[in-house]
Design a protein around this ligand. Structure first.
Ligand code: FES
Ligand code: FES
Length: 152
């Protein structure tokens, strides 16, 4: 075990965990930030997506020892009132079905728009390619990203 000081959603958090512990489990089991979901555990579905210094990362394959100097953002910290332009667009388009994948989808979309505020269809497809939705909400996700890009 080792102590790590983490910057999560703008606040400092200290955890005492095995250095190999994936951030997904640090967030969920040690910090009670359960908006980040476990899907596959092998970086293939995107349900666990968080931001690391603004970039979308799969937290299930990200050891806590690799993030100590980084700024981490989870779905809980994306906006104070749940009103990030991506979240607003998600509501407008009524995107979710079961909802399980949606935190990861929103985090990937927000990271895309932060680096590319006016993405083409291909840009969106490339950025969202690793986020799987078993309910098939892909058409609404793409429309919501376009709406969010207009809000930005
Ligand atoms: S749980 Fe991390 S990519 Fe699937
Ligand atoms: S909304 Fe059900 S898995 Fe995506």
């Amino acid at each position: 075990m080792a102590i790590f000081n983490l910057n999560i959603n703008g606040t400092s958090k200290q955890v005492d965990v095995d250095p190999t512990t994936p951030m997904l489990w640090v967030l969920r089991d040690h910090l009670d930030l359960v908006g980040t979901k476990f899907g596959c555990g092998i970086a293939q579905c995107g349900a666990c997506t968080i931001h690391l210094d603004g970039n979308a990362m799969r937290s299930c394959q990200l050891p806590v020892s690799a993030v100590a100097d980084s700024k981490i953002t989870t779905i809980e910290g994306l906006s104070e009132q749940g009103d990030h332009p991506v979240q607003q667009a998600w509501l407008e388009h009524d995107v979710p079905q079961c909802g399980y994948c949606q935190a990861g989808q929103i985090m990937s979309a927000a990271a895309l728009l932060a680096s590319n505020p006016n993405p083409s269809d291909t840009d969106i497809d490339n950025a969202m390619n690793g986020n799987i939705c078993r309910c098939g909400t892909y058409t609404r996700i793409k429309a919501a990203i376009k709406t969010a890009s207009q809000k930005l």
